[in-house]
Design a protein around this ligand. Structure first.
Ligand SMILES: Cc1cc2nc3c(=O)[nH]c(=O)nc-3n(C[C@H](O)[C@H](O)[C@H](O)COP(=O)(O)OP(=O)(O)OC[C@H]3O[C@@H](n4cnc5c(N)ncnc54)[C@H](O)[C@@H]3O)c2cc1C
Length: 416
């Protein structure tokens, strides 16, 4: 009896390993649109994910620990800073950046979010809204991942309506004094460079302030008054930390105020650029879940035949492939429009809304096809499914994206 059990466990382990063997489903041959260098970047990240991320990530995810061991390896990948040119950043095309995000998410959502916060939100804010001196001061160290970044916008009482944020900034000589609270701040307890959005008490405008850790490494301290407490009990993206942050009279030099951030409109410019990232992330989760379900269905036998031979299962796989392909088509076109400077905010919202909905559905169907094993971390799909719950909500919830699209197509705003 016990040897039968051992055999079953061994077979399950082999199958679980097979579920992550990279194939990179691309039914409509979209990869033909990539240049050689974009293909090289995709393959570099894919190999990294297979060799370095997949073997370790379930363990970190289960313990809700951040995989610090990946930080220097991510730095060596040469993709941090993505589309930013100069300052030691790789200056990737939008398609190449999309492939980086897709491949990382195909492996793991937490690792992708770590890099997304670093490249898109933190470095993106500095690159878009910092002075030349500020960019030179922070971006090269961030590109080498010697400096980890965070982006602190959301507050306990302001998520979707972050435009109404209450954190204040008061000018005091050549410093600013920040007071308030932030919530869900990715990397907010480990970052060296935290971009904090606060309202200037004098003119009421939202401005960006870079709060820096004093010293290098992950053990150095934050300025007095900055405290971060980890949010625990998360059911998605468990291998990246998001703390609650309290700012109690935190002093920031005027030199750390982002020189060109002058109102919430500028925050929105950063968010429009990152919304594209959330869509590529959805693509990665969908590809991973679809491929795992396909492999599982061809291996798992019930009623004497592989479950893939049953019409109902084939119907589900066909639907999942259609959804995955629409996500990829939307992402590729979005990248082209972004490259040409023609991607509008509502266009980015349409992509985020649709790709997140479709990927959420693909992950849920994959979990169904894996039966009981779909609930186990070993089989990976459960992790993609719960990570997709986060993508559904962050970078603008599904409802907020649809309100932005609704306003654009009707000319009537259903929200302020
Ligand atoms: C894992 C994770 C990581 C995150 N990382 C960061 C980060 O690094 N930095 C950062 O600043 N923030 C971050 N966030 C915050 C994220 O952006 C917010 O959670 C998100 O914007 C939603 O805000 P909320 O959670 O307060 O929900 P709420 O805004 O309270 O929304 C609750 C529900 O109400 C709906 N709703 C709200 N307004 C309307 C309306 N007018 N009409 C119809 N429905 C409406 C929403 O769609 C949603 O369904 C993160 C969140 C998570 C979960």
């Amino acid at each position: 009896m016990s040897s039968t059990l051992n055999l079953a466990a061994e077979q399950a382990k082999d199958l679980a390993r097979d579920l992550t063997a990279a194939r990179g489903t691309d039914y409509y041959l979209l990869n033909d649109l990539l240049t050689d260098s974009e293909r090289e970047i995709r393959d570099r990240v894919r190999s990294f994910v297979d060799a370095e991320v997949l073997p370790i990530i379930n363990d970190y995810w289960e313990r809700a620990e951040f995989p610090f061991e990946l930080v220097p390896k991510l730095a060596r990948l040469g993709v941090v800073g993505g589309p930013i040119t100069g300052y030691g950043c790789p200056g990737l095309s939008r398609l190449a950046q999309g492939m980086v995000t897709l491949e990382l998410s195909r492996g793991d959502g937490s690792v992708n979010t770590f890099l997304g916060v670093q490249t898109g939100l933190a470095m993106g804010s500095i690159n878009l809204l910092g002075s030349a001196e500020q960019k030179q001061r922070w971006l090269p160290g961030m590109a080498r991942l010697e400096l980890v970044g965070a982006f602190a916008l959301t507050e306990p009482d302001h998520g979707s309506d972050s435009v109404a944020l209450e954190t204040t900034a008061r000018r005091s000589g050549d410093h600013w004094v920040l007071n308030g609270a932030k919530r869900w701040i990715g990397n907010g307890s480990i970052a060296h460079v935290v971009v904090v959005w606060a309202r200037d008490e004098a003119d009421g405008k939202v401005k960006g302030f870079v709060v820096e850790r004093e010293g290098e490494g992950f053990d150095s301290s934050y300025p007095e008054g900055y405290t971060a407490e980890l949010i625990t009990g998360k059911i998605g993206k468990r291998a990246i930390w998001q703390p609650d942050i309290v700012l109690d009279d935190v002093r920031v030099p005027e030199a750390n105020r982002l020189a060109n951030a002058n109102g919430f409109r500028d925050v929105s410019r950063v968010l429009t650029a990152t919304r594209g990232g959330a869509s590529w992330e959805a693509a990665g989760h969908a590809v991973a879940a679809y491929e795992a379900a396909l492999t599982y269905a061809t291996n798992r036998q019930q009623f004497g035949k592989p479950i893939a031979s049953y019409q109902l299962v084939q119907g589900k796989l066909a639907t999942m492939l259609a959804e995955t392909t629409t996500i990829q088509l939307m992402c590729f076109r979005m990248a082209q429009l972004q490259e040409q400077g023609r991607l509008t905010g509502p266009m980015a919202s349409l992509a985020k809304m649709h790709t997140a909905r479709a990927a959420r559905s693909v992950c849920a169907q994959a979990r169904d096809i894996l039966g009981g094993n779909g609930l186990l971390l070993d089989f990976h799909v459960a992790r993609h499914m719960t990570d997709m719950e986060v993508v559904h909500t962050y970078e603008g919830t599904d409802s907020i994206q649809s309100l932005i699209i609704g306003r654009d197509v009707t000319g009537i705003s259903a929200f302020d």
